[in-house]
Design a protein. Structure first.
Length: 107
């Protein structure tokens, strides 16, 4: 399998949370984590979360899930999903993972 080496500058890569925090809510007016209606103050501040606890939990889950998705996406991209390569079937795998995330969040 193809291996990728991180450049020296990426050793301490950080996530620009601001870029992610500024994304629109998945369901406008509702918390992206607990799905409860956002309080008016959160809506006024264009927040996607009803509380700091929900924001922190969402980030923990996003990092774990995101790392798995990133891995599979990079393998897929490295082989463009060609049959007979490690990239074959990865997009389907990613889609299935997201389905399981959604199912798990509903339970
Ligand atoms: Zn919430």
């Amino acid at each position: 399998m193809q291996t990728l080496k991180a450049p020296q500058s990426a050793k301490r890569a950080t996530i620009d949370r601001g870029d992610v925090e500024r994304l629109p809510a998945m369901r406008p007016g509702f918390c992206d984590h607990c799905q409860n209606a956002l309080p008016k103050s959160a809506i006024n501040h264009h927040s996607r979360f009803c509380s700091s606890a929900c924001r922190q939990t969402w980030w923990k889950i996003a990092k774990l899930r995101g790392a798995k998705l990133y891995y599979h996406l990079m393998v897929w991209r490295g082989h463009r999903g060609r049959k007979g390569t490690p990239g074959a079937g990865r997009l389907g795998m990613i889609s299935s993972m997201v389905d399981r995330f959604i199912q798990s969040d509903r339970e």
